[in-house]
Ligand binder design. Structure first.
Ligand SMILES: Nc1ncnc2c1ncn2[C@@H]1O[C@H](COP(=O)(O)OP(=O)(O)OP(=O)(O)O)[C@@H](O)[C@H]1O
Ligand SMILES: [Mg+2]
Length: 419
């Protein structure tokens, strides 16, 4: 490969080399400014195509230097035809086009009609329902009431949550997946708390029957009465329904849910003479799960979870909620345990949590380390002044002896013993 003798356009394509972990590749395409090139890098594992982990734009000179370097490293030019010029131009045009379209949509989105809350469909010139700003999104306020969760003033709305909050406003069905204690339920509850929407929760990993969920007939004082289940109740009253651990739901419950997964989907109460329940405009439906979709690799940790079929999943926006970053978790610790928690202590605790999660990802640890566990441990250590003693009930007693030993090692690595 002698770069200067060819034009850069002739170097567009794919460069490959085999490694122990899979095929490593670089892809060269034209970038959106003249004389610039986009370089993407990834590794294709046996399990499938790895994500792009490096994505940069370089000039022609830089590209030539890279080509030489890859040549030295054993990369072989694999596919010149892989990115023909027309495709490359179209590819380069995509992001600018999309960004223009998105900016136009944002400019138009200030108009009413998102449909959240009773007042938002008003067409009579009366004032629109008030909104609260959550992150970068204006969320229409609900009717309030006893079912509105309590605001957690220490709750941190990460920037990553903006898309989810916007989906809620747009009446999309949102499923949050992630490890236990990553913050799935609290995200929904804190949006509802701030916007004044009532929330009901129904956990599928337990005794929830289709009767509890959809409704049942009962006899009271000699009279036969229908009792609405949690789903029709939420739909009629405009509540937010969180179906927790949806991957444990029994098929009859999933069948009832499927009917209301469309934004205006109605529920037919077959047991009640096919009465049709139409959703209140403020009704929202959420699912949470630990081991669905992208989390399926952790199914062995969440015994009994069902695989959900793709047709069902495709009716949701599914977000993988990862643990907060160490900086975010430090912030949450300081705010939750104010005024006693100091930023330095918090940063150390967040670093310990991050190390435990890394050990978990390497499968050195069998137990996940949740934000809930971290907060609980921190709270107890403020009371006892002793991280090791506090770790007993907050951590060690909940995990295997091997895991406890490893976690103790991680903690000692970060915390020198007191004098
Ligand atoms: N962004 C955040 N800001 C402040 N606290 C948070 C945040 N995210 C999570 N937490 C705290 O972590 C704890 C666990 O969160 P949550 O109950 O939402 O987890 P979860 O993902 O629903 O867990 P599970 O799968 O076990 O139901 C909560 O008590 C909450 O206070
Ligand atoms: Mg939860």
């Amino acid at each position: 490969m002698n770069a200067p003798e060819l034009t850069e356009a002739e170097h567009l394509g794919l460069y490959l080399r085999a490694t122990d972990t899979g095929d490593e590749w670089w892809r060269v395409t034209v970038a959106d400014r003249p004389q610039t090139y986009r370089l993407e890098h990834g590794v294709q594992h046996a399990q499938g195509n790895g994500a792009v982990d490096i994505d940069l734009v370089v000039d022609a000179e830089n590209l030539r230097a890279k080509l030489k370097k890859w040549h030295r490293e054993g990369f072989v030019f694999e596919a010149r035809g892989a990115v023909p010029e027309a495709d490359a131009l179209q590819r380069a045009a995509f992001m600018p086009d999309l960004q223009r379209a998105a900016a136009q949509r944002r400019a138009g989105a200030a108009a009413p009609g998102a449909g959240l809350g009773p007042g938002s469909n008003s067409n009579s010139g009366e004032a629109r329902a008030a909104t609260v700003r959550i992150g970068e999104v204006d969320v229409p306020c609900g009717a309030g009431g006893a079912l509105v969760p309590r605001v957690n003033p220490a709750y941190l709305f990460s920037e990553r949550f903006n898309d989810i909050v916007e989906d809620i406003v747009e009446n999309k069905r949102v499923m949050l997946i992630g490890h236990t204690g990553a913050g799935k339920t609290s995200l929904i509850e804190q949006v509802a708390a701030r916007a004044g929407h009532g929330v009901v929760r129904s956990n599928m990993n337990g005794q929830t029957t289709v009767g509890d969920f959809v409704g049942f007939w009962t006899v009271k004082g000699g009279e036969t009465l229908w009792v609405d289940g949690v789903l029709p109740t939420a739909m009629r009253e405009g509540l937010w329904l969180i179906v927790d651990e949806i991957d444990f739901a029994e098929p009859s419950i999933l069948a009832a849910l499927t009917a209301v997964l469309e934004p205006h989907g109605r529920l037919t109460l077959k047991e009640k003479g096919n009465e049709v329940v139409a959703p209140h405009p403020a009704f929202r439906l959420f699912g949470t799960a630990n081991a669905v979709g992208a989390m399926s690799q952790f199914r062995h940790l969440y015994q009994g979870a069902n695989l959900m079929n793709e047709a069902f999943l495709d009716r949701w926006r599914v977000y993988l909620l990862d643990y907060l970053s160490p900086a975010e978790e430090t912030d949450v610790l300081v705010r939750t345990l104010a005024p006693h928690m100091t930023p330095t202590v918090a940063a150390t605790l967040a670093a310990i949590a991050a190390d435990c999660r890394a050990a978990f990802a390497r499968e050195d640890l069998a137990s996940a380390f949740s934000t809930r566990r971290l907060l609980d441990w921190a709270e107890l250590m403020l009371r006892t002044g002793d991280p090791e003693r506090a770790a007993g009930p907050a951590i060690y007693a909940k995990v295997s002896p091997e895991d406890a030993t490893l976690i103790r090692g991680i903690i000692r690595h970060h915390i020198a013993p007191a004098e």
